[in-house]
Design a protein around this ligand. Structure first.
Ligand code: SAH
Length: 259
C-alpha cells in the first residue's frame, strides 16, 4: 500500500486566505448578554486559538468543571491540532468529531468530566494513568498534564500512528503510546492510580480492576442494568470495589483484538 503524503498541520483558524481582512464580529460580547449557546467559533484572524479555547473552558466551568488542574489542561491543549484540517473550525465546539476508521474524538465536555472524576481519586497527585482508546491522542495529551505518567493504548494501528504524529511536535515526555488491545490493560505499568476508557463495552474488563491501585479510580462508559451506556466510576479500596453509575453517555464500542 502506498503511504499517504504527509499531512499538513492545519493553522488556526483554518481556511482564511492570507491577507483577508478580519471580519467585524456581528455583535460584541457583553458580559450581561452572553450569546446563548453560540459555538466557540473562531471569528477572524485577530482571534487566536487561545481565546477560543478560553471561551470553551468558560462553558465547561459553567457546566460544573472546577478542578484547577483540569481547567489548566483544557486551556493548554490545542484541540485543533488533533482534528483533520476540514474540521478545525469546529475544534472548540462541544462536539465529538470523526477521526477516521469510524472513530471519534470525544466531546471536550466529556473529556473534562472524565478527567475531573479521575483527579478526584484518593491517590493524589495522580501517579500513573492508563487510557484505553488513544484515538487521535487529544485526551492523552490532557491526561499527561494532570498525571505523572500516562500509558495510552489503541487497537487500530492507523489511529495509533495518527496520535503519534499529532503528538510528536508537542513533545510530551510522560506520555507513552502503545499499540495493543486495551481489554487486557497494560500490566507492565500497573498498578495505576487511574484508568480511563474512551470506548464502552457491556462489562468492565476484570484486568482493569486488577491493575488499579488501592485508592485508585477507574472511569469508563459501560452498559448498566437498564441497558443504557452510562459513565461508571469504580473506586478500589482496601475492602473491595465501589461502583457508582453516573449520567448517560454515548461512546464508540470497546472491541477486542487488533485492527
Ligand atoms: N480519547 C480519544 C477518543 C477516541 S475514540 C481521543 O481523544 O480522541 C475511542 C478509541 O478507542 C477508538 O480509537 C477505538 O479504536 C479505541 N478502542 C476501542 N476498543 C479498544 C481496545 N480494546 N483497546 C484499545 N483501544 C480501543
Amino acid at each position: 500500500m502506498k503511504a499517504p503524503p504527509p499531512r499538513q498541520r492545519p493553522g488556526f483558524p483554518a481556511r482564511l486566505p492570507a491577507g483577508t481582512p478580519a471580519p467585524v464580529p456581528a455583535r460584541q460580547h457583553k458580559p450581561d448578554a452572553p450569546p446563548a449557546h453560540a459555538p466557540a467559533r473562531p471569528s477572524g484572524v485577530g482571534m487566536d486559538s487561545a481565546a477560543v479555547r478560553a471561551a470553551m473552558v468558560r462553558k465547561l466551568q459553567g457546566q460544573g468543571i472546577s478542578h484547577p488542574a483540569v481547567v489548566a489542561a483544557m486551556l493548554a491543549v490545542e484541540r485543533h491540532r488533533f482534528v483533520d484540517s476540514a474540521l478545525v473550525n469546529q475544534a472548540y465546539e462541544d462536539t465529538s468529531l470523526p477521526i477516521g476508521q469510524g472513530q471519534t474524538i470525544s466531546k471536550p465536555g466529556v473529556v473534562a468530566r472524565m478527567v475531573e472524576l479521575l483527579c478526584q481519586a484518593r491517590v493524589q497527585p495522580l501517579g500513573r494513568v492508563l487510557e484505553i482508546g488513544t484515538g487521535c491522542g487529544y485526551q492523552a495529551a490532557v491526561l499527561a498534564r494532570v498525571a505523572k505518567e500516562v500509558y495510552s493504548i489503541e487497537r487500530i494501528r492507523s489511529l495509533h500512528e495518527k496520535a503519534r504524529d499529532n503528538l510528536r511536535a508537542l513533545r510530551v515526555p510522560n506520555l507513552h503510546l502503545l499499540f495493543g488491545d486495551g481489554m487486557v490493560g497494560f500490566p507492565q505499568g500497573a498498578p495505576y492510580a487511574g484508568i480511563i476508557a474512551a470506548a464502552g463495552g457491556n462489562d468492565l474488563p476484570a484486568a482493569w480492576i486488577d491493575q488499579l491501585a488501592v485508592g485508585g479510580r477507574l472511569v469508563a462508559p459501560a452498559v448498566t442494568a437498564a441497558g443504557r451506556q452510562n459513565l461508571v466510576v469504580v473506586d478500589k479500596t482496601a475492602n473491595g470495589v465501589v461502583r457508582t453509575e453516573l449520567e448517560a453517555v454515548h461512546f464508540v464500542p470497546l472491541k477486542s483484538g487488533l485492527a
